[in-house]
Write a protein that binds this ligand. Structure first.
Ligand code: ATP
Ligand code: MG
Length: 435
């Protein structure tokens, strides 16, 4: 993307309405624009980051054996009457009527709909187990939308739903998602800690929230340092095998939100192991048995011919919230520091003297070689503005090309995450960026 033609509306001033750093940076770097309270348009840079996050979520769901579908945002109120949640859900649900006066709603979640769809197909125990997920916009009329995309009203969620014949099967499905979540967040460069959670209005008796530590988090959390030292990507799960040892390796150490905190157990940990911090919830998984399958009339014929009501779980990830959470965890005074895996663009090529033939030609070659995964700052602007904008937008690599270097076949390569700089040949710069 050439900056001279790009739609990247960066702001010099700090927007007054933004209380936390990720919200400020997302507005300043031109990732999002608010269009109504808690509702955002995703602009080119933000949309690319959102898609990178979404793709990692998708790959890890697929790897764990879940299958992607796409259910609609609009749902019929009747479905929700069947589960008893239409009245229970309260004012967070956006309710609408179509031209025939039929009651509709903008889905805040999809337990009812997926159970209904799956129920029309599942007849026998051979149709189980199955796990279906989608990545779709949700609407919740939050009392206090705030912190930008972290607590929006319209937001993108990955929600998966598992169907099993037995409770033991459902627990296995739960563990598959548990492990997939650890990998998903680790691939984004985040340390997300699973914490035992209250099951709340969704019902059921087994639940974990995945929480990343950040000063601006909405909840207080208490975590054993041992969990912060673990690396989920080193665990190489066999999703068809026994996942209990991996899950136990996480759940055997102390980790709790304020609501679930046990002060007595906490005090027993050595002082040096105790980390109390603020946290952001990025995922939430539930096992809830027949809470929805029963009222929605889902049943199959078991191996012995008897009727079985499938055991279910649901598994959410805040895809759009993650973009904010990643920035909360990776920034400095100058701007965003994207981890490689989720950066909207891998690199920025900074032409410090557009019009200089050596600069123009070298930058043109570098940009072409990076294909579409780079921003080319070809604007007629001061070098200082280009440095500031590149730091603000946070591309993992900056290739800085000035007239002297260009004439001598040298460029400066800057790593945004660490601030390291090296003078190298253009070929070596490309090798490091692509490697
Ligand atoms: P919270 O406690 O933060 O309100 P929740 O318990 O209502 O979340 P779930 O129903 O578990 O959320 O939804 C799954 C995931 O969707 C959450 O873990 C979170 O990452 C994300 N999420 C929930 N509400 C919002 C929101 N208003 N804006 C952005 N993301 C959200
Ligand atoms: Mg929750």
């Amino acid at each position: 993307m050439r900056l001279s033609r790009a739609f990247l509306p960066t702001l010099k001033e700090t927007p007054a309405e933004a209380q936390i750093v990720s919200h400020r940076l997302m507005l300043r770097a031109g990732l999002i624009r608010q269009t109504a309270a808690g509702i955002y348009a995703w602009l080119p840079l933000g949309w690319r980051a959102l898609q990178k996050v979404e793709q990692i979520v998708r790959e890890e769901q697929d790897r764990a054996g879940a299958q992607e579908v796409l259910m609609p945002t609009m749902q019929s109120a009747d479905l929700w009457r069947q589960s008893g949640r239409y009245d229970a859900y309260g004012p967070e649900m956006l309710r609408l009527k179509d031209r025939h006066e039929r009651e509709m709603l903008f889905g805040p979640t999809n337990e009812e709909m997926v159970t209904d769809i799956f129920g029309q197909f599942a007849k026998s125990y051979r149709d189980l187990p199955r796990n279906l997920y989608h990545i779709q916009w949700k609407f919740r009329d939050e009392v206090r939308p705030r912190f930008g995309v972290m607590r929006g009203r319209e937001f993108l969620m990955k929600d998966a739903y598992s169907f099993d014949l037995t409770k033991a099967g459902a627990e296995h499905s739960y563990r598959q998602m548990f492990v997939a979540y650890l990998r998903t967040f680790a691939r984004m460069g985040l340390k997300a800690i699973p914490m035992r959670a209250d099951t709340g209005p969704i019902g059921g008796d087994l639940s974990h929230e995945f929480i990343i530590l950040a000063e601006t988090g909405e909840s207080q959390v208490f975590v054993s340092r041992k969990l912060l030292e673990k690396d989920p990507l080193a665990e190489a799960p066999d999703y068809d095998g026994d996942l209990a040892p991996i899950v136990e390796g996480w759940t055997s150490h102390y980790a709790a939100t304020e609501e679930m905190h046990d002060a007595a157990a906490w005090e027993k940990l050595p002082e040096a192991e105790r980390v109390s911090a603020r946290g952001i919830e990025v995922g939430h998984i539930f096992y809830f048995g027949t809470r929805y399958s029963q009222p929605m009339g889902l049943s199959v014929q078991g191996p012995d011919g008897a009727t079985v009501v499938p055991e279910m779980g649901s598994y959410g990830i805040g895809v759009s919230r993650l973009v904010g959470a990643i920035i909360e965890a990776n920034h400095d005074e100058a701007g965003i520091k994207w981890p490689d895996a989720v950066a909207p663009f891998r690199a920025a090529v900074l032409n410090l003297k557009p019009g200089d033939s050596a600069c123009d030609s070298l930058c043109g070659q570098l940009y072409a070689s990076l294909a579409h995964d780079a921003v080319y700052d070809d604007r007629d602007e001061r070098a200082g503005r280009k440095f500031a904008d590149a730091d603000l937008m946070g591309h993992p690599w900056q290739v800085i090309v000035g007239p002297k270097g260009a004439a001598a076949g040298r460029v400066e390569l800057k790593r945004r995450m660490t601030g390291e700089r090296h003078e190298v040949s253009p070929e070596d710069a490309l090798g490091m960026i692509k490697g």
